[in-house]
Ligand binder design. Sequence first.
Ligand SMILES: Cc1ncc(COP(=O)(O)O)c(C=O)c1O
Length: 443
Amino acid sequence: MESRPASAALFDRARHLMPGGVSSPVRAFRSVGGTPLFFERAAGSHFWDADGNEFVDFCLSWGPLILGHANPAVVEAVQRSAAKGLSFGACCAGEVELAGRIVDAFAGQHPRAAFEQVRFVSSGTEAVMTALRLARGASGRPLVLKFDGGYHGHSDSLLVKAGSGLATLGTSSSLGVNPAVAADTLVIPLDDDEALEEVFRSHGPQLAAAIIEPLPANNGLLPQRPEWLTRLRELCTQHAALLIFDEVITGFRLGFGGYGDALGVGADLVTLGKIIGGGMPVGAVVGPRSLLEQLAPVGGVYQAGTLSGNPVAMAAGCATLDLLSTGEPYQTLEDLGQTFDDTLNAELTELGPDAPALAWQRRGSLLWLHLSSAALPRRASAIDGQSAKRYAPLHKALLDEGQYLAPSAFEVAFLSTAHNHDQVRTLARSIARHAPRPETILT
Ligand SMILES: Cc1ncc(COP(=O)(O)O)c(C=O)c1O
């Protein structure tokens, strides 16, 4: 165990000054135990804590850093832009540049109403909030459908969980969310044919939109059956509800553009964040002009932001997309992912009956461990509750070896183009070595 006195001292101070010592809850290490590390600097696949300990980072700021930390071209673009002013609170060329890149990336991927416009905001939460207001404003309908376990940011109407039994009206999952607001969000399980038909049968005419990650990646990694997603698309069209793909994680992560389009299922609106800001705070709603122009100042759906379209953030986004646009990085990421799969498979085969209870789901540079002998789940309720308990000792063991995974069993790991095959092999071997064995029953 490495010594971390500087992080411990900072956390002691932080606890007095900030709730839980953190600016965002999952950073608090509550679900894995221990105390958070405080980081000082980062480059490529590594970051260093306040004690100078070095870690290979497989969390990567929760997704924006597909090129790794402090990519030189991105940093240079940021520095160049920052030297010319940090914020104008007025229009700048960077917005036009980034919007153009995003619209081009979404153009013609899938036959549906062309995605012609972008509204920039400063986070994924804001992007989703804006898309939902737009859907309600455009349709004049009150209800939104989401899927159990999906995280779409922390706006009131999405901090909801499924009600009990067959009820689909959401109940709030946070104090401070009015029950009336939560009740405007319907929640059904992923991968459930019957619930999908039923919710549209019962509420179709009142549904403004359904929102889903085309590859749910916030509560495990739960790829959906293409035919189920296609049926969701059909039902939305049939009932004139908008289909919103929340691609805050998947946008530009699995290919250059949206993952929904790659699946062949077109959404009416797409929300983006993370990668399009290259590590700076950016979110966006993308869609056809007919919808986007219902936003103010053209239309009556109000939305605004002091730092929206910030020039420095736009520069980071443009530099990131420019590096991704060749498509090559996606092959690099797939190769790294394949090395992870091959190494872990080989390790588990070698361990035979001594192998840990473990399965993993991977799509490109996203991977998720399910520490269970159960089948890989496609819906939140099928995630083995033991998996989270088994994750804590694994997380700690990896941290002590200098490998940083998300401090939560339900979060995915991210690979970047800055990782190399040796790092990925080491990760796979460490997982095989440290994951709890099948006989480990935790209560
Ligand atoms: C799919 C999805 N939507 C929305 C959000 C919220 O984004 P942000 O944290 O930038 O507000 C997240 C954050 O992880 C996300 O993964």
